[in-house]
Design a protein around this ligand. Structure first.
Ligand SMILES: NC(=O)c1ccc[n+]([C@@H]2O[C@H](COP(=O)([O-])OP(=O)(O)OC[C@H]3O[C@@H](n4cnc5c(N)ncnc54)[C@H](OP(=O)(O)O)[C@@H]3O)[C@@H](O)[C@H]2O)c1
Length: 361
């Protein structure tokens, strides 16, 4: 496979650090550039990250630690000239992120983004590679709008839905999901925090995560949407109602979900659909693809964030506690690692899909 030079924009942040770890030894992608805000620019990576390095058991990769951090905004042209594409995960205002990502795309530097700013731009694909890989075909229309040959933006969806959307997806074709109610229990790394930087979460549950419930309800419909002309048209169903809570867990978002079907399956049919489901990443044997996308647990006390978030390097989704419900048809619990499958890992997998399909050439 061809090798690609890549940049990490927002390299000093929680997601950016994950990218640094995942990409340090990637078989296709070679990190050439690290960039962040003017606060970090000009410093070696290890100094710019300093005490914020969030992984006690994994040091900063040797080959990245002395790389001098560039300024994500001021150095766009210099960055674009050194890399084949960038990963982007920055904490800035939405309109600033939207403009920044478009500037990279217009500098002919494709952007694989973790940010929410462009998720509802109609010609920007929001891809879970096992679910809607065909949405990358909209990139042709996006390039026409931007007037670019290579440059484009592709985004990852929000981390909250990375467990229950994969769990619902294999059930949709045969049984039709009519509506779902979900309550998420989200880890503090999802807010870019550790227990040191978010002490108020210890012995506590915070029943509010700004903007998260709307994303959890709306984004799945774009993922299940279809391309029509120059845009992706969101699906109209299933209706999803979500409540999102922050809980004292370092990594791993859990979701408790209730589902009503058009045609109620048996429990065995649901488990079989999960066990047998695989997608394009598995077909193409992409380097970051889990071998088994969905893992079903028979044990009553699984999945657990601490025990199961790292299954298949944090790229698989775990499901358990499937049982009938007295209001909906069924209820179950699912789990995914929010900074791996839910953020950096999911973005790397999407980039592998784009690379395999020739979008960075
Ligand atoms: N954490 C998750 O699980 C998760 C999941 C999905 C999506 N996301 C999204 O990913 C993005 C980053 O999240 P995070 O948790 O990694 O945030 P974070 O830890 O707060 O890191 C933010 C990053 O943005 C950079 N930054 C801030 N202001 C900037 C500016 N003006 N110009 C350039 N870079 C700037 C920071 O650089 P400095 O260090 O120089 O300030 C840092 O590298 C957010 O949009 C978030 O919504 C996060």
């Amino acid at each position: 496979m061809k090798q690609y030079n890549v940049g990490i924009i927002g390299a000093t942040g929680m997601v950016g650090q994950r990218f640094a770890l995942l990409l340090a030894d990637h078989p296709w992608f070679n990190v050439k550039v690290l960039a962040a805000s003017p606060r970090s620019a000009g410093k070696p990576y290890h100094e710019a990250v300093g005490k914020r390095w969030a992984f006690r058991d994994q040091p900063i990769p040797e080959k990245l630690k002395d790389l001098v951090v560039m300024d994500a905004t001021a150095d766009i042209d210099a960055i674009a000239s050194q890399v084949d594409f960038v990963f982007c995960a920055v904490d800035m205002k939405k309109d600033e992120i939207r403009a920044l990502e478009e500037r990279y795309a217009k500098a002919e530097c494709p952007v694989v983004s973790n940010n929410s700013a462009h998720r509802f731009t109609p010609d920007v694909p929001m891809v879970v590679p096992e679910i809607n890989p065909e949405h990358i075909e909209i990139i042709k229309a996006q390039r026409e709008r931007l007037g670019t040959k290579r440059g484009f933006i592709a985004v990852k969806s929000n981390c909250s839905l990375q467990s229950y959307v994969p769990a619902l997806h294999p059930l949709m074709k045969d049984f039709g999901v009519e509506k779902a109610m979900v309550c998420t229990y989200q880890a503090i790394s999802g807010a870019g925090k550790t227990f040191e930087t978010m002490p108020q979460i210890i012995d506590n549950v915070i029943p509010y995560i700004g903007g998260e419930e709307e994303k959890s309800e709306k984004e799945p419909l774009k993922i299940w949407g279809h391309i029509e002309g120059n845009e992706i048209v969101s699906a109209e169903s299933p209706v999803i109602s979500a409540q999102c809570l922050r809980v004292p867990v370092s990594d791993g978002h859990t979701a408790a979900i209730f589902v009503k079907f058009k045609k109620k399956p048996t429990k065995e049919e649901m488990i079989k659909a999960w066990k047998e489901y695989s997608g394009v990443p598995q077909e193409l044997s992409l380097p970051s693809a889990p071998k088994q996308f969905l893992h079903y647990f028979e044990e009553d006390d699984r999945p657990q964030a601490k025990l199961d978030r790292l299954i298949e390097n944090g790229m698989a989704v775990s499901i358990g506690r499937l049982r009938e419900d007295i209001i909906f048809d069924y209820k179950f619990v699912c789990l995914s690692h929010n900074t791996l499958r839910g953020a950096a890992g999911g973005a790397v997998l999407m980039a592998e899909l784009l690379a395999a399909k020739g979008y960075f050439d």
